[in-house]
Design a protein around this ligand. Structure first.
Ligand SMILES: [Zn+2]
Length: 473
């Protein structure tokens, strides 16, 4: 019994009850307030603080930096150094303890435009950029020689009947460009051309990931590749290939910021690469990711979040040259620190104009990665947003080195050179059959090459996951 007088006889009791009910009815209809909605939890508060305007302020600045520095923010260039300085200044302003971690890497530059011409049968001059490109770290040379197809060029057997001095024509896929070019060079090729049967018209950018290949190495689109292949099969195709390149060791750096609070022994690393390819400003790839990580770091500090676990925000250098910055960082970590890492979250391309909501799938990743995938997919579900597991990025971005050392990894991605399927168009809108990012690794990857809605949805999911692992018990 509530201390209330209900036990004073049934009639009285009924009368009293009627009176109470009447009062209640009266109060609900006349303005007694509904229970207030639960106060926004930490995630909701952080997501509110992390705004697209805040992120776009950074991407715009990276766009200006590229414009002021030859159109790119590639590793070893003033554009990258200015980007790193900008990030370090913003993090220091937000109260973080910032470490600049320098490392050396082999720098590559093209001295003069390359040439690719069909010398026989007939004459045809191919267009540098559209029809073909120089592979990064290609050697220099000026050769005119017959074209000889050698399949994928991944096995020495592919060069069994290869004529020394010829130009090797190889298909993209299965092994890396440097493996293909290395095999061709060892087989005596005077130059190597790699074509991508699935790339449609235009050529593609690729890297040999370091010096060592002395001969000219080019990439061509499927049209040029298949034409040269047909002519060569017919037994009579001669090409003129000329490249002039320069490579040297240069210094670049990672920018690392650590949260003031957070228990030792449990570390969450949140990373995004800060460099662009030499071909363009790299705004979707990857100012979208690095600006999002910067905004989250700023807003966590601004809103006084005290992470339970140690949080490291990392801005990697030279990702486009082979994950060099994140590799340098991970390789330098003592075993104890690696063991203390409960999660590495990677954000590479979050604003693809024709993209989707792709969550790193855990296949092939260390145990614990499935938990990270779950946090992202559960979040999107809670927002009634479609998302899907994606394993196209295995080892292709900065989570690779962490996964190799057994750290649970995860992340988000909105799409690059892949083309949109009908099902994806149903889930995310956009154009079927068109690339997720038509400006991937190109000069048009500028400030306008961002889907702001994608950036908004993906940055909220990123903020949610960062906080989830920062506060995990
Ligand atoms: Zn990238």
């Amino acid at each position: 019994m509530s201390r209330f007088a209900l036990f004073a006889g049934p009639a009285l009791a009924l009368g009293l009850l009627a009176a109470v009910l009447a009062t209640l009815a009266a109060s609900s209809s006349c303005g007694v307030r509904e229970a207030p909605p639960a106060p926004p939890d930490g995630s909701a508060r952080l997501r509110e603080a992390v705004t697209t305007e805040g992120i776009l302020e950074h991407t715009r600045r990276f766009g200006e930096i590229a414009e002021q520095n030859g159109g790119n923010r590639a590793a070893g260039t003033p554009g990258y150094d200015a980007s790193a300085e900008y990030v370090a200044d913003r993090l220091r302003e937000a109260g973080y303890d910032v470490t600049i971690q320098p490392f050396e890497f082999p720098y590559f530059e093209e001295i003069s435009p390359p040439k690719l011409e069909l010398a026989a049968p007939g004459r045809r001059v191919f267009d540098a950029g559209d029809d073909f490109r120089t592979l990064e770290y290609s050697g220099s040379g000026d050769v005119t020689a017959p074209v000889r197809p050698a399949g994928l060029g991944c096995e020495t057997g592919d060069f069994a009947s290869f004529e020394r001095g010829s130009v090797a024509l190889l298909r993209r896929g299965t092994c890396t460009f440097e493996q293909k070019a290395g095999n061709a060079q060892r087989a005596g090729a005077s130059a190597v051309i790699v074509f991508d049967p699935s790339s449609g018209e235009g050529s593609f950018s690729g890297s040999l990931r370091g010096p060592g290949i002395e001969i000219p190495a080019l990439s061509v689109g499927s049209t040029v590749g298949e034409e040269l292949g047909r002519l060569a099969e017919a037994g009579d195709a001669t090409v003129h290939v000329a490249t002039s390149t320069h490579s040297e060791n240069r210094e670049t750096a990672n920018v690392i910021a650590e949260s003031e609070s957070g228990r030792e022994g449990e570390t969450v690393v949140v990373g995004a690469h800060l460099d662009s390819v030499p071909e363009g400003p790299g705004i979707n790839d990857n100012a979208s990711g690095s600006s999002t990580v910067l905004e989250i770091a700023q807003e966590m500090s601004e809103s006084g979040v005290e992470p339970r676990n140690r949080v490291c925000f990392a801005f990697w250098g030279a990702e486009e040259l082979g994950l060099l910055g994140s590799k340098h960082y991970v390789e330098g970590l003592p075993e104890r620190e690696v063991e203390e890492m409960s999660a590495y979250l990677n954000f590479d391309m979050l604003g693809s104009p024709n993209g989707g909501r792709f969550v790193y799938n855990d296949s092939g990743n260390p145990r614990g990665s499935e938990k990270i995938e779950e946090v992202f997919t559960d979040y999107f579900e809670s927002q009634d947003l479609e998302s899907e597991a994606d394993d196209t990025l295995v080892g292709r971005s900065d989570h690779g080195p962490f996964a190799e050392r057994g750290v649970p990894v995860g992340g988000l991605f909105s799409g690059a050179e892949g083309t949109k399927t009908a099902r994806e168009a149903e889930d995310y809108g956009g154009e079927i059959g068109a690339p997720h990012d038509p400006c991937y690794h190109s000069s048009c990857d500028g400030p306008k090459n961002l889907d702001v809605r994608s950036l908004d949805e993906m940055s909220d999911a990123a903020a949610h996951a960062v906080l989830h692992f920062a506060q995990a018990r």
